[in-house]
Design a protein around this ligand. Structure first.
Ligand SMILES: *[C@@H]1O[C@H](CO)[C@@H](O)[C@H](O)[C@H]1NC(C)=O
Length: 300
């Protein structure tokens, strides 16, 4: 406790300086010009808007979702908007074999990969949990497990390009809301897994950024349909949301917030957690960990 008190101020100042510094970096659309980007869940909603923004910025895009017809339209529009190239590969993220093969195929189409935007999500009704275990399993598979599979498949290309991963999550992946237990579980899992991975990359000097995107309610058709008459909070525009996701990811921020209120990021940023993580890192014997990594590791 004495230790905590002694260093609290210093640590807080470091974090404040860090936030100030990262907020000062400027995004330029040219950052995405010619970049090779995968967008999942891109047949509609936020994913489709992300693809359109990327197209306007002159990026190469490969989009995926289940609906071939919808993806064809997205690709056609991307080309109109100025994409360097645009392709689609249709498939279901319930199928891990598809997820893995999709990344390889997308990489072949673009000749590499700079940015992996993981945005797809299982449609979930707002309802009390009364034992629907299959729904929990499916939510974890689609919203969490496939994100891991896609990232693993993309890592060799992302390491080569010193690229970025965007993990689209939710305020419901930081705090709990009634009626969405399976969804919330999968979004919390993303934070646990990808925030750990980010800290490991730092230790291993793997220069692949991971941006956890914390979104509030967005005015997509799906979200409006799911929350209609039940959740009365305001919904923010998907077009701006999509742009903010691209910005945060291109600037290699650890987390980005798009939540409607400018105070929410400070409340959810959880300085207590950051201080604990910082302090616990000092408790490891990194020499031993890193020499084991050399023996067994694949990303070191
Ligand atoms: C990590 O990659 C980014 C993007 O390529 C680059 O700007 C930055 O300098 C790299 N950092 C290190 C330590 O190599």
């Amino acid at each position: 406790m004495a230790f905590l008190k002694k260093y609290l101020l210093t640590i807080l100042m470091v974090f404040l300086a860090y936030y100030y510094y990262s907020a000062n970096e400027k995004f330029r659309p040219e950052m995405l010009q010619g970049k090779k980007v995968i967008v999942t869940g891109a047949s509609k909603g936020i994913g489709r808007e992300i693809a359109y923004h990327l197209a306007k910025m002159g990026a190469h895009v490969v989009v995926t979702a289940r609906s071939k017809e919808a993806l064809q339209k997205v690709v056609a529009r991307c080309l109109e908007l100025g994409a360097a190239s645009a392709h689609y590969i249709a498939g279901s993220m319930e199928d891990m074999t598809f997820a893995e093969e999709f990344v390889a195929e997308a990489g072949n189409l673009m000749g590499g990969l700079d940015m992996l935007i993981l945005n797809h999500v299982l449609y979930n009704r707002l309802t009390f949990f009364h034992g629907e275990i299959d729904n929990v399993r499916k939510s974890m598979e689609v919203n969490f497990h496939s994100f891991v599979v896609l990232s693993v498949a993309a890592m060799p290309m992302l390491m080569q390009s010193q690229g970025s991963i965007a993990v689209v999550s939710s305020v419901a992946g930081k705090i709990t809301y009634p009626l969405i237990a399976p969804y919330s579980a999968s979004k919390f899992a993303l934070d646990g897994f990808f925030s750990t991975l980010r800290s490991e990359f730092l230790v291993n000097k793997v220069n692949v950024s991971i941006t956890l995107c914390i979104l509030g309610l967005i005015d997509t058709e799906t979200a409006i349909k799911a929350t209609s008459g039940i959740y009365l909070g305001p919904a923010s525009p998907k077009e701006e949301c999509a742009l903010e996701i691209i910005k945060g990811t291109a600037l290699r921020q650890d987390e980005m917030y798009y939540v409607g209120s400018r105070w929410v990021p400070y409340l959810l940023g959880n300085p207590g957690r950051k201080i604990m993580e910082f302090l616990s890192a000092a408790e490891y014997n990194w020499d031993n960990v890193l020499s084991n990594e050399k023996l067994y590791g694949r990303w070191a």
